[in-house]
Every structure is written in C-alpha cells, then in structure tokens.
Design a protein around this ligand. Structure first.
Ligand code: ZN
Length: 217
C-alpha cells in the first residue's frame, strides 16, 4: 500500500491527449507488419494448435466457456490459487474429494460422472470413458462413428453439459443451491433441443424424438 502511494505520488500527469501505443514496435506505432513480426516471434509453428471446433448449434457463451476450460483457464479453485489468490482450500465443493480444477469439475467429479452416465444412457455415446481432459472429451464426440450431423449434435450436447455442470457448481458455491443429476439432465435436454431447433436446419425434430434421441440425420 505504501509502495503504491509512493509510486502514485511520483507519477506526473501531463496535459497531452491520451494516445494508443503499440508496444511491440520500436516506434510504438501500429502496423500489420509489426503484428505479423510479433506473432511470428511468439508462436511456435511446430506445435499443433489446440483446434477447438466452434459449434454454432451451441450458444456462444457455453462454447466460449468450454474453449477456456480446454486450457484450464476457467476460475476453478486450483486456477485461482495458482494465480496467487489465498484460498483456505482448493478441494471440490460438490463432492469434497479431489482438487477443484477444470477437469475435476467437468469430468472427474463423482457428480459430473453421474451426469455423464445419464448423458450416455440418453445418447448412447460414452463421452468420458478413458478421458482425463476436456479436449479429449470433445474429441470423443467429433470422432465417433455417427453421421456428420449427429456428431455435431453430440458435440453441442457435450458443450451444453459442461456449461450446466459449471453453472451448477457456481450456484452451489455462491447461492447454496443444489441440483440432482435428474434436474441437470433435463436442463441439458431442454437447452440442447432449443439450440439445435433454433440454430440448425433440423427444426422438424420433435421434443419427443429429442428426448428419446431417436431421429435419422
Ligand atoms: Zn468433485
């Protein structure tokens, strides 16, 4: 605090107008060429990019969340502790077992496992078998031996499931609200049904067909 005060007192403000500065170029002016040089310096082109499939049948919010989770960039207890936040403990608030990182909340937690089991019973596809991270879970849907449309649907369902597991975790921590596996699976079915109906060209699927996961695509 004292240091902050001192450095604020030492800082002299000028009357000049504010300007944007691009720090990657020596002259601090922005150019496409300097962006290209900067990216070229910072990206290792020999490493395959973490290719995340942006599925437009899922909401942008849930996709963005899962994209961040593939890199452990969601504010789990472990991530916050790694960023220097002083937490009393980093264990999972849902099951009480295991450290709470993205893979735990979305895959390994006992509660998440039960939700995925229900998703498997519904869709017929096991998404978490031998899977330890979010990226591999998504791959299970895109590499399954189903039609292209069904794979896209299964991928959207996986994204929806992870988003609702995260929302459930937040509601439990911040509002003390608990849901059952049954409640979550119904929310997953409802939300993914709406997404596919509204966003894809398959608007003829009925709710009953969706609920039974029996449609030919
Ligand atoms: Zn847990």
């Amino acid at each position: 605090m004292v240091l902050l005060k001192q450095s604020l007192q030492q800082h002299v403000l000028s009357n000049n107008e504010d300007v944007w500065v691009w720090k990657q170029s020596e002259k601090e002016d922005f150019s496409v060429k300097s962006v290209r040089l900067h990216l070229g310096r910072n990206i290792d082109i020999n490493v395959a990019p973490n290719s995340f499939y942006w599925n437009n049948w899922a909401t942008a919010k849930s996709s963005a969340f899962v994209w961040r989770a593939t890199d452990e960039k969601i504010p789990s207890a472990v991530a916050l502790a790694n960023r220097g936040m002083e937490l009393q403990e980093t264990s999972c608030k849902i099951c009480g077992e295991g450290d709470e990182d993205a893979a735990h909340i979305l895959i390994n937690c006992n509660f998440a496992r039960r939700v995925w089991e229900a998703v498997q019973i519904w869709t017929g596809l096991s998404m978490v078998n031998d899977v330890s991270n979010v990226y591999d879970l998504l791959k299970k849907t895109t590499e399954s031996n189903k039609s292209r449309c069904k794979r896209k649907i299964l991928h959207a369902i996986a994204i929806q499931t992870m988003w609702l597991l995260w929302r459930n975790r937040n509601d439990k921590i911040f509002s003390g609200r608990s849901r059952t596996v049954q409640m979550i699976i119904e929310e997953i079915k409802d939300a993914s049904f709406l997404g596919v109906r509204q966003r894809s060209k398959h608007s003829s699927i009925t709710k009953q067909q969706w609920w039974e996961f029996s449609f030919d695509l």
